[in-house]
Design a protein around this ligand. Structure first.
Ligand SMILES: Cc1ncc(COP(=O)(O)O)c(C=O)c1O
Length: 410
């Protein structure tokens, strides 16, 4: 029980039936790390429910062994758990087990595609002005020339502009499914149509979408989808790259080593089929088990319910902050779970420091999106981001803290 937080049942607007018999209050109680704290930094990394913590503890204690190599029983059963995790992580976004590669995170997943995908004579990439550095720098390192699609006035990727900008020189269109700064949700289906009309592929950076929305890669029509476990209530150090099976089949390896080879000689090495071809070395075994527990946890609540819950909190938060004179909000009204703001004349770091005095944790900075900060004309924003455990008490504490910021800065 989080005794130090003035918990109350959220208002009707913020009280979805998250998990049926699990009220929002019960969801909150499942997170040991948030007791006494208003954690509004889930877009950076999500706190972990007890079910995930227990799964990780069991995997390291009771069940631990290597995977794919051992012939002894513990190893075969850990291999089964590891592969079951792959199936669950892929099914969560509508994919098949053989279409999901475990990586260290979304960053590595995007690097994998940027480095491995043959350019086929196309040397340009179409990104957007709101991308995270993880969806900019890998493409630059891989030698692509970048074209950045502007945003609409309310902070969505401007798909009319994308349609006008794309050419047959573009190999990939790579967009955030949900912006980590603005919370804006991409019309991914339309983005896929725009990419495919010119023979380009669509990669979606799903880091902020997977914890907040139901995702179905087949319905979206994308070619690659990247996400990180730690933003989905799972462990750090593991993430996922989903790719259409025929595309993965055609990709050469990214990293070399054990576990990805078919036959090695000094003259020539042959490789396994995907996904093993892209998983050199001993994988993050326990991370996969923890990710599986996280997938089960969100599915038990349902991503529809989590999404509705976070949308209601965003509406409540935006209404409360915009009622305070001198607060600027960024991003659209229908943001998914994320509210970026600044107090006029106050650096976001100062805002976050004063909020911390009231046990309110928000992120302040450029959010790994410096081109977006340039576009917004600010060095930084403060960002409140919600999760399944968030409730109105978090917003009350945030608003109280913002009033304190205003008092201190006059
Ligand atoms: C939209 C987006 N893309 C990519 C990343 C990078 O994720 P990771 O650091 O887990 O690889 C993040 C993390 O903040 C993000 O929010």
């Amino acid at each position: 029980m989080n005794a130090n937080i003035p918990l109350r049942q959220p208002s009707a607007a913020t009280s979805p039936d998250v998990g049926g018999s699990n009220s929002a209050l019960n969801v909150r109680d499942q997170f040991p790390a948030i007791a006494g704290w208003h954690y509004l930094d889930s877009a950076a990394t999500a706190q972990k429910p007890q079910a995930v913590i227990d799964a990780i503890a069991n995997a390291y204690s009771r069940d631990y062994a290597t995977v794919h190599r051992g012939v002894y029983e513990r190893s075969t059963s850990m291999t089964d758990s590891f592969e079951a995790a792959r199936g669950a992580a892929s099914a969560l976004i509508g994919g098949q087990p053989n279409e999901l590669i475990f990586t260290r995170g979304a960053t590595e997943a995007i690097n994998l595609v940027a480095r491995s995908l043959p350019k086929n004579g196309r040397t340009r990439i179409l990104l957007s002005a709101l991308e995270h550095h993880s969806n900019i720098v890998p493409w630059q390192l891989a030698g692509y020339a970048v074209d950045a699609v502007p945003l609409t006035a309310d902070g969505h990727i401007d798909l009319d502009a994308a349609e006008a900008m794309i050419t047959e020189e573009h190999r990939v269109v790579a967009f955030a499914h949900v912006s980590n700064v603005l919370g804006s949700v991409l019309d991914a289906k339309r983005a896929a149509d725009i990419a495919h009309a010119k023979g380009a592929l669509l990669l979606l950076d799903g880091c902020q979408a997977v914890p907040r929305l139901p995702v179905d890669v087949a319905a979206l029509g994308c070619d690659f989808y990247a996400y990180s476990a730690h933003k989905l209530y799972g462990p750090t150090g593991i993430g996922c790259l989903w790719g259409r099976a025929e595309l993965l089949d055609a990709l050469p390896p990214f990293l070399g080593g054990g576990a990805m080879i078919d036959r090695v000689t000094f003259e020539k090495t042959t490789y396994l089929d995907p996904p093993a071809r892209f998983e050199a070395g001993t994988p993050h075994i326990v991370g996969a088990v923890g990710l599986h527990a996280a997938v089960d946890w969100v599915q038990k609540l349902s991503l529809d319910a989590i999404h509705a819950h976070e949308c209601a909190l965003v509406a409540e938060c935006r209404a409360a902050l915009s009622a305070i004179p001198g607060v600027t909000l960024f991003g659209p009204e229908d943001s998914a779970g994320i509210v970026s703001f600044n107090v006029d004349g106050v650096h976001a770091h100062d805002t976050a420091t004063i909020l911390d005095d009231g046990h309110v944790a928000v992120r302040a900075g450029h959010h790994c999106a410096q081109p977006l900060m340039d576009l917004l004309g600010v060095p930084a924003t403060a960002r409140a981001s919600f999760a399944a455990h968030s409730d109105s008490s978090d917003i009350d504490a945030l608003v109280k803290g913002v009033h304190q910021v205003k008092r201190i800065f006059g």
